[in-house]
Each structure stands twice: as C-alpha cells, then as structure tokens.
Design a binder for this molecule. Structure first.
Ligand SMILES: Cc1ncc(COP(=O)(O)O)c(C=O)c1O
Length: 391
C-alpha cells in the first residue's frame, strides 16, 4: 500500500505531451514541439570544457553537501553584482536542480496542514510538492486583464493563521509575466507583517524583454530575512541536463537545507559544479546569455503577433521567460476542455502544446517558443488552421 501523500501526486502534464509528440515523431510525423521547458541552445562549449577538465583532474568524488566552496563563492559574487543582494557563501546551498532545491526548502519549513500561497496560473510542480509534503496549496487566482501580475490585494484575502509561505515566480512560467518592483514591494511588506516566508523562484531572471528584473531579497533587510532566493543554471546557461540549482537564504535555514541535501542527494554532481563555476566566471557566459535572449525576443514578438491575429483568441504579451499563454477558451468550450483541445492540436495540427489546466488555468494553452523562429511561425499557422477548422 502506497502512502496517502503520493496518491495525490499528478504526473507532469508537460512530460506527457512531450512523450506523445516524441512517439509521433518516431513514426516519421513532423510534429512542432511547443511543449519544451528548456532552451533549444546547446550548453556553451567553454562550460563543457571546464567540466571535462574537472573530470580529467579527478573531481569525481563526493563534494561538500552545500556545494563546492568556489561555486558558492561565485554565486555570492553574482548575487551581489547582478541582483544587489549580499549573501555570504555560507548562506548558499547548491543541489541537483532548482526543483530539488524547492523540495528541500518546503521540507525544511512546512508542517502538516500549513498553507502555501501559489499565484495561479502556476508552474505545475509547486502545488504537487506542497501536497506531497502534507502542506496545503492555496491558489491565488490572477487575471488575464491584469497581465497575470500578482498584486498585494490578491494575497491579502488568502492569508490565514496557517499561511506559511508565498511562492513568487517572476518572470513567470507559464504566463511570461514580470512583476513590477512597486507591486513586489507591497507584496513583500505584507509577508513581513504576517511572518510569511517568500520563496522567490528567479530561474528566468535573464529572460526579460520589457521592464526590469528585481530580486525580491534586494528590497530590504527585513525582506531578505524571510526570503529564499532560488535560481538555476538550467535556463540561463542552457544547462537543463546538468541538474544544478541553488538557494540563498539566512544561514540558519541554509544549514538545515544543506543537511537535508546531504541526507537525500549527498551533493550536486561534483564535476558538473565546475562547469557551472565557469559559466559564472567566464565573461563569455554573459555574451552567451545576451545572444540567447535577443533570439528569444524575436520569437516572442513573432509568436505574439501571430497569435493575436487568430480570431477569438486573446493573448497577453509576455514580458519574460520563453512562454506565451494564449486564451483558447472560445475553442476549448467546443471541444469539452483544453486537454481535448491539446490532443486535437497534436493529432490534427501536429503541434504539441501544454493545456492550461495543467497550470491551473483551463482554456489556455502554454506555447514554449524555445525553437527556431521559422518553426514558431509554422507551428502557430498550424494552430490557426486547426482552430479555424474546429469552428
Ligand atoms: C518556474 C520554474 N522553476 C524551476 C524549474 C526547475 O528548473 P531546474 O530544476 O532545472 O533547475 C523550472 C523548469 O522548468 C521552472 O519552469
């Protein structure tokens, strides 16, 4: 008999659709994959070389559970230089991806029945992790008309005496929303007043096309004291398979998270950490990111232009990340829901998208534009044709 906790676990919708698309492709069908949650760029060579060198140098054994000291130091430097937040290396823990980091943070802070505020649409993993750990995910619904931006008012009426944490994700997956600094300030103030932890998932920080990115912990010392700043090498340096993410937070929490890490993964893969170190240290890293982001911007513009012109579809222009989240509810009502609509888009249009219901937003579709601009154009034209045929 399995535990009650895992019985609530839902399989990842993103992976399900990607698997079906792969199956069709293996049969020779030309499927356009809008499902991917990773950049289509290769990890830069200089990063790979640093990892290969580490392997050759014998960096093949266990490492400190919080991460190799050089990497924690480089992360602290990065946080100060790029985000304006001062952390000591002892306040940083590296683990196998930011997904694992989030799980460790939630394990460290959540008691049975405690609530975690999750702005919705949300990244699929947040409520699943909270559920598995015996917490209660509390959705904070966001509005398309407000650009899917979280406002202080929206969280105020969701707070109870069991509220333990708020998960922020700006730039956002799946909406691409970037929260303005003034709103973040108000939100953070409420969390400080009510003693609510902020878990700030900043893994898309570099992919910002409008406005500017603000790291929540940089707002004030009081905010920093209640914030877990989470980041990843996955998206910034196109290193999804390397499995490297980190958290920066007050040392008393970092110590617990490092202990949890030591009792679960032991340490993030030792030689991989040397690749990440090079990504942060080598000036080529910044150039790589700039090139990638400028490419994403062109695709975003194209995707927005094409989706906006489809009849009966509304779409918010994403300001960050590499997703766009059109409202297809006019069509999904006809098909009996967005899951069925995604199936039709895949089977008939040969386009793989992830249905909005996976992100708590029925009627929407997440389109990842992590593929060439020609494929973006072709894919959205296929969507248009399939939708037009439907109506
Ligand atoms: C919002 C968000 N956070 C975290 C992650 C996890 O990234 P990783 O575990 O590769 O660091 C993802 C990946 O898709 C994401 O979209």
């Amino acid at each position: 008999m399995l535990s009650g906790r895992v019985s609530r676990l839902k399989p990842s919708a993103t992976l399900t659709i990607t698997a079906r698309a792969k199956e069709l492709r293996s049969k020779g069908v030309d499927v356009i994959g809008f499902g991917a949650g990773e950049p289509d760029f290769d990890t830069p060579d200089f990063v790979k070389e640093a990892c290969i060198k580490a392997l050759r140098d014998g960096k093949t054994k266990y490492a400190p559970s919080a991460g190799i000291p050089e990497l924690r130091e480089a992360i602290a430097e990065k946080l100060l230089k790029e985000n304006g937040v001062e952390y000591r290396p002892s306040e940083i823990v590296v683990s196998s991806g930011s997904k694992m980091i989030l799980f460790l943070i939630l394990t460290a802070i959540l008691n049975e029945g405690e609530e975690v505020l999750i702005p919705s649409p949300y990244w699929v993993t947040y409520p699943e992790q909270v559920n598995v750990l015996g917490g209660v995910p509390v959705e904070v619904p966001l509005k398309e008309e407000e650009g899917f931006v979280l406002t202080a008012d929206r969280i105020r009426d969701r707070i109870t005496d069991r509220t333990k944490a708020l998960i922020l994700n700006s730039p956002n997956n799946p909406t691409g929303a970037v929260y303005p600094e003034e709103e973040l300030r108000k939100i953070a103030e409420i969390c400080v007043e009510n003693g609510i932890f902020i878990i700030s998932d900043e893994c898309y920080e570099k992919m910002v096309y409008e406005g500017s990115f603000v790291s929540v912990a940089s707002l004030s010392e009081e905010v920093k004291d209640i914030t877990f700043t989470v980041n990843s090498f996955s998206k910034t340096f196109s290193m999804t398979g390397w499995r490297l993410g980190y958290v920066a937070c007050p040392e008393k929490y970092a110590k617990v998270i490092a202990s949890l890490n030591s009792q679960t993964v032991s340490n993030a893969t030792t030689f991989a950490q040397y690749g990440a170190l090079e990504a942060l240290k080598n000036p080529e890293g910044e150039k790589f990111v700039r090139r990638m982001v400028s490419e994403f911007r062109k695709r975003r513009d194209k995707a927005f232009e094409l989706l906006s012109s489809i009849p009966n579809v509304s779409v918010v222009k994403p300001e960050g990340a590499f997703y766009i989240f059109p409202n297809f509810s006019f069509y999904s009502k006809e098909t009996g829901g967005d899951i069925r609509l995604a199936e039709i888009l895949l089977e008939e249009g040969k386009v793989a998208c992830v249905p909005g219901s996976a992100f708590g937003a029925e009627g929407y579709m997440r389109i990842s534009y992590a593929l060439s601009i020609d494929r973006v154009e072709e894919g959205i034209n296929r969507i248009r044709t399939t939708l037009e045929r439907l109506s």
